[in-house]
Each structure stands twice: as C-alpha cells, then as structure tokens.
Ligand binder design. Structure first.
Ligand SMILES: *[C@@H]1O[C@H](CO)[C@@H](O)[C@H](O)[C@H]1NC(C)=O
Ligand SMILES: *[C@@H]1O[C@H](CO)[C@@H](O)[C@H](O)[C@H]1NC(C)=O
Ligand SMILES: *[C@@H]1O[C@H](CO)[C@@H](O)[C@H](O)[C@H]1NC(C)=O
Ligand SMILES: CC(=O)N[C@H]1CO[C@H](CO)[C@@H](O)[C@@H]1O
Length: 456
C-alpha cells in the first residue's frame, strides 16, 4: 500500500503484526520527485461535500483531481476512474492503466483522496477534525465526483443525459476502494480492477510476517531472524550505539526503532525487490562477516538513501504533529494510536468486515470485480484470493511479484512504477494476467454499453 497507511486505515482496518522476526507494520513508500513518470500533473479542482451523511452540514472542501484525454475516443469512449489512495496524489501515474487507456480509447480521471496532499478539508489534522476521514466518505466522494465529471463532460460536448461506460482501478487500499465502489455504487461503473486489494480487515496480521519469511526463502529468513535477536540484545546493553548504527539515533522509543528496521526489510519484498535485502545478508553470513553491519548498510544505503525514507515517519513524537505536510499521511501507526490520537480511538475491524464483507464481498453475480495479487506480497492474505462468479481472482507467481505487479510491473523499488513487466522474474506470469484483465474489461464494457442502449 502506498505508505500503506494511514490513519484512515487505522480507523478502518487494524494491522498489528506480531512477527516472528520484528514487530512489523508495513507502509508504502511515497514516491516523490518522479515527474517523468506521470501522464499528467496538471491540477484541477472540484468542490466536494465534507459530510455525505449529514442533512444539515453543507460545508464543502476543494478536492484535487487530474484528467488525461490523449487517448479518449470522443464522445463515447470509456472513462477510467483511477483511485488515488492514502498519500499525496501528484498526478496520474504512467503505469499499465495508460496501456489499457490507449487500447480502449479511454479518458483517465483521478481524484485525490480526502485529507491527503492538497485535498485536506482542514488546516490542522486534529483528531476532532479527522472525523470525516473514512472509507465510507471516500467512496461517496468518488460517486459524487463521477457524477460531476460525467455532467461536465456532457456539458462540454453539448449533450444531455449521456452515460459513458466507467471502469474503476486501484492498487492496495485504493484497490479495496475500487472493489467496494462496485459493491456500494454498482450502477455507476461497468466493472473494477482491484489490484492487491486489502478488502479484509485483520487485527494481528501474523500471515503478513509469515509471507515475508516465505518470500525471503530459508537462508535470508534465518539471517533476518538472527538479526532480530542481535538487535534485541544490543538494545539492552548498547541502545544508543545500535540506533546510531542504523542512522536512527533520534528514535527514542525502542518500539519505533524496531518498527523502522523491520519495515525497511518488508518494503523490499512488498515492492518486488527481494534480492536487494537478501543478497547482502546471505553473502555476509557465508563470508562470516558481521550480519548487523550488513543489515545496517542496507537500511542506510537503500531505505534511507535510495528510497529517501525519513526516520521521522516512525517517530511517535513526530506523528503527534497535527500540522499538514507532505507526509501527514504517516500518522497511522496502529499500536501507537492511543498515544498519537487519544483515548477511545480504536480500530473496529469487525464492523469494517460486516460493512464490506471482507473476502466474502458481494456474493451476487453482477459484481464484475477482478482481483489480482502478487505471490511475494505480504498483503495478499488480506485480499480475495479465490475466484467466484463474476469476481475472478488471479495470482502472479514469480520471484519478485509484489504489490500491484499487474499495473506496476517489477521491481517497483526504488522508484519505478511505470508498469514494466519485462523485469519480473516471470514476465509471462504477469502478461497472462494482463490478458485476462483485458478480456474481462472488454466483455463488461460491452455489456454496459448494451445495457445503456437498451434502456434508451
Ligand atoms: C468552488 O467553490 C468556490 C467558492 O464557493 C467557487 O469560487 C468555485 O468556483 C467553485 N469551484 C467549482 C469548480 O465549482
Ligand atoms: C497475535 O497472534 C499470535 C499468534 O496467534 C499470538 O501469539 C499473539 O498473542 C497475538 N497478539 C495479539 C496482540 O493479539
Ligand atoms: C529492466 O530491464 C531492462 C532491460 O529489459 C534494463 O535495462 C533495466 O536496467 C532493468 N531495470 C531494473 C530496475 O532492473
Ligand atoms: C487465484 C489463485 O491463484 N489463488 C491462489 C492464491 O494463493 C493462495 C495461497 O497460496 C491459493 O490457495 C489460491 O489458490
């Protein structure tokens, strides 16, 4: 998930990983300064309703969005609604959706998620102000935006009451929104691609850690476990030195520090780059070199260095800041939510699963949602991994198939989201799933058009 995040998720879904190596939580790395990787970064604005569930509160806030019309087959081509998730949305990413847009003659539109980036309703993110941050409000935003965009397109084309066929896309948390949008607003789209969609809320997600161990393979897993033991020992006797060794002297809280160094490893697996962490560890072990040194080099050079992650985002003191910044999305850290957000703020995992259905999402046969997962992605156990009628599920199996591999290719780290499947260890595994996606889209979009014609 993109800084799989967040705050939003901490309300919706609770992730507490009690791992066999560290206590980990995973996050998505926010991609910054990546300007050539976008189809467009031209900002557009829309006045969105703050509270969709109140009859008396009529406040609005500015929601940022993007549109890309280069491939649009005017006037009746499909419209692709690409959901931006729990991070600043800097534009429409040039991933596999752009290939699909070209193929289908589609317009691509993408609104920023409320409370992230420039789409924050409030200047300060106090817990009180955060009460309108939920997946329910976000889905309603998408529905209202979809209507607005269709109407403004009709106005531009000078025609009343026409509906283009819409298709919705998302990866990770946005993948869950993509599936849930079909569930809650089925009349507004023809189908959905839910890539690495975390539709199941899980408390104490131990499968996550288990998957990391499996993705790592026996030698690397053993090295990571040994490192855990070494770090724990150093924390008892040599706290300051071991934190400094990892470039994290400022993390006073030991839990924050452990989370940081665990997450540094997770990120490599999640984003399809297992070798970047495993190769140096396995080599160091074989050569009888200091494992802790080898891991510290990885964390400093790759995680803090190449990826540009800041230790601030693991620091409870920093997470308590309510000021808006590029990384306000990092205020999630579940097991710290009491400290950060205050007493009584608690993730209600059961309610989330009752409301959306978890992996039993929408049993009826008109769902039209494609689920895709990468074999090495720890999040896949929170997704729907078995097919049901009209909800096909595909897994891409390869050494570096991670989060959102169908749309983003491999590896996605560092900073590589353009959807290149050539670098996946089995490009065929990815291409096959892409072909399936195209076939489902083709069918569902044409069924949608037929239905529109027959209702006129
Ligand atoms: C949004 O609301 C503001 C203030 O009422 C108004 O000036 C602006 O034109 C509106 N924008 C759109 C896109 O409707
Ligand atoms: C999480 O699950 C593991 C394994 O079932 C269990 O040992 C641990 O106590 C659980 N932790 C929490 C916080 O529920
Ligand atoms: C991906 O593969 C291409 C050749 O197909 C190569 O030039 C490029 O360096 C690779 N990228 C990564 C990140 O491995
Ligand atoms: C569609 C698909 O291939 N699903 C598989 C995903 O992974 C789980 C666990 O490995 C398998 O049981 C499913 O068959």
């Amino acid at each position: 998930m993109d800084k799989f995040s967040i705050l939003l998720l901490f309300i919706l879904v609770s992730y507490y990983y009690s791992g066999f190596f560290f206590h980990v939580e995973a996050r998505t790395v926010v991609l910054k300064n990546n300007n050539n990787k976008y189809l467009t970064q031209t900002e557009l604005w829309f006045n969105q309703t703050l509270d969709h569930y109140s009859p008396t509160d009529h406040r609005k806030f500015g929601q940022r969005y993007y549109e890309f019309l280069d491939h649009f087959r005017v006037p009746d081509g499909p419209i692709f609604l690409v959901i931006c998730g729990e991070a600043t949305c800097n534009g429409i990413t040039n991933d596999y959706v752009s290939v699909l847009a070209k193929k289908f003659g589609a317009a691509v539109v993408s609104p920023e998620h409320r409370y992230y980036g420039k789409s924050s309703p409030f200047k300060s993110l106090t817990t009180e102000n955060l009460r309108f941050l939920s997946s329910k409000q976000a889905l309603f935003d998408l529905a209202v935006f979809r209507q607005y965009y269709q109407e403004s397109l009709n106005a531009k084309l000078n025609r009343p009451n026409v509906e283009n066929p819409w298709f919705v896309f998302g990866v990770s948390y946005a993948g869950a929104l993509s599936a849930w949008f079909r569930l809650k607003f089925p009349h507004l789209t023809c189908g959905s691609l839910a890539s690495s969609a975390v539709v199941l809320a899980i408390y104490n997600y131990t499968e996550f850690d288990k998957q990391i161990g499996e993705s790592a393979g026996p030698d690397c897993k053993a090295a990571l476990q040994e490192i855990t033991g070494l770090v724990e020992k150093e924390l008892e006797t040599n706290k300051k030195a071991v934190k400094a060794m990892f470039g994290a002297a400022e993390l006073q809280n030991d839990g924050d520090f452990l989370y940081f160094i665990a997450d540094a490893a997770v990120t490599a697996f999640q984003y399809g780059n297992p070798d970047v962490v495993c190769s140096p560890l396995v080599e160091a072990k074989k050569a009888g070199k200091d494992l802790l040194e080898a891991y510290a080099s990885y964390v400093k050079d790759y995680y803090l260095g190449s990826l540009g992650v800041s230790t601030d985002t693991y620091d409870q003191r920093h997470l308590k800041s309510t000021a808006i910044s590029e990384d306000s999305g990092d205020r999630y850290h579940l097991d710290l939510c009491k400290n950060v957000f205050g007493e009584g703020v608690y993730p209600n995992v059961d309610a989330t699963n009752i409301y959306y259905g978890g992996t039993k999402i929408a049993g009826q046969s008109c769902s039209k949602i494609i689920f895709t997962n990468g074999s090495q992605d720890p999040w896949r156990h929170a997704s729907k991994q078995t097919s049901s009628p009209d909800m096909p599920s595909y897994i891409m199996t390869c050494h570096n198939c991670g989060h959102g591999t169908d749309l983003r290719g491999c590896p996605q780290s560092p900073l590589c989201l353009e959807g290149n499947a050539q670098n996946c260890s089995s490009p065929d595994a990815v291409q096959k799933v892409r072909q399936q996606i195209i076939e489902h889209m083709d069918l569902w979009l044409s069924q949608c058009k037929d239905a529109a014609r027959s209702s006129i």
